[in-house]
Ligand binder design. Structure first.
Ligand SMILES: Cc1ncc(C[n+]2csc(CCOP(=O)(O)OP(=O)(O)O)c2C)c(N)n1
Length: 326
């Protein structure tokens, strides 16, 4: 296993904190009725988003899910733009028309969240084919959940990417649940990583609470993809600390699982490692937290002050193709 340098490790620590505190703040704003609609957060799962993004170049692509705020923040998305988007405001990244589940920010390679499970798995081969034809040396990562791995598009996407040797990295965030259905009750064979063998590509299972382990596995998959050797599948085992969606009573699971998640907190874990190696002390950690909190509060103020989209803009930014109109 290779190790990231100390500077990158501190950056990953700050990035995980940025994702965690942003989403905790978004949950609170949702509960107070400031954010409309629906909200799925990734509290507890930050090491996956951050470990992946830290192994990518700025011009690499990411395809996301319904639980995608962390993926966007880790890839460098603007907190102001994201918060205003969650508010449905005109200054949001998608002018308030995408919201939590349909946000995209091409400027940082974030090709879009998607509410349809596993849909990124079939978009990824298309992105990979474009990269291959342009010979740009980029890679595309598609995130999906353990529930999504039981849908057809997962198999179609892995098959085509392997067949055409495309630069795609499939990253499954196995948080043990698909809504209220346990992974153990829905997934034949137990291991999603093991499914890679059926397509003749590498498959790896990693501790998704360990950002360094995620980074290392993704680095190897990315190197393989850039060399032109094709796709890989990574299954990151993680734990979501909160409901499937904001307001989920979680009657399907016991408190012990959340306690286990908190014991394995990826942020506290990295903080311990950095402290033990003399790379972070309490004052430095406090400065990082203060600056992240200030950035989030700035994003909230921006979202609160932003106007709602205008009625006359409702049909702008929409794409429709009518073949019969040609
Ligand atoms: C095709 C499709 N079927 C069903 C749903 C409804 N749905 C939304 S989230 C979810 C569970 C997803 O579980 P998983 O893929 O493990 O991701 P997680 O929510 O755990 O991040 C379901 C069934 C959907 N969005 N899309």
């Amino acid at each position: 296993m290779s190790a990231p340098g100390p500077e990158l490790m501190v950056e990953m620590y700050a990035a995980m904190l940025r994702v965690r505190l942003f989403e905790e703040r978004a949950r609170e704003l949702f509960q107070r009725g400031r954010i409309p609609g629906f909200l799925h957060t990734s509290v507890g799962q930050e090491a996956v988003a951050v470990g992946v993004a830290a192994a990518l170049r700025t011009d690499d692509y990411v395809l996301s899910t319904h639980r995608g705020h962390g993926h966007l923040v880790a890839k460098g998305g603007s907190l102001r733009g994201l918060m205003a988007e969650l508010y449905g405001k005109a200054n949001g990244i998608c002018h308030g028309k995408g919201g939590t589940m349909h946000i995209a920010d091409v400027s940082v390679g974030y090709l879009g969240a998607n509410g349809v499970l596993a849909s990124g798995c079939v978009v990824a081969p298309g992105v990979g084919l474009s990269i291959k034809q342009r010979r740009s040396g980029q890679v595309v990562v598609t995130f999906f959940g353990d529930g999504a791995a039981n849908r057809g598009p997962f198999h179609e996407g892995v098959n085509l990417s392997a067949l055409w040797t495309l630069p795609v990295v499939f990253v499954c965030e196995n948080n043990r649940w698909a809504s209220s259905t346990a992974h153990t009750r829905s997934t034949a064979g137990g291991s999603i990583a093991a499914r890679a063998a059926g397509y003749g590509i590498p498959g790896e299972s990693v501790d998704g609470n360990d950002v360094v382990a995620v980074w290392d596995a993704v680095m190897r998959a990315v190197e393989r993809a850039r060399r032109g050797d094709g796709p890989s599948l990574i299954e990151a085992h993680t734990i979501r600390w909160v409901g499937h969606f904001e307001g989920d009573p979680q009657a399907y699971r016991g408190k012990d699982e959340v306690d286990e998640g908190r014991r394995r907190d990826p942020i506290a874990r990295l903080e311990r490692v950095l402290t033990e190696h003399g790379r972070l002390d309490a004052a430095h950690a406090a400065r990082i937290r203060e600056s992240v909190v200030a950035e989030i509060e700035d994003a909230v103020a921006h979202a609160e002050a932003s106007p709602l989209p205008r009625g006359e803009d409702a049909l702008n930014d929409l794409f429709a193709y009518y073949p019969w109109a040609d």
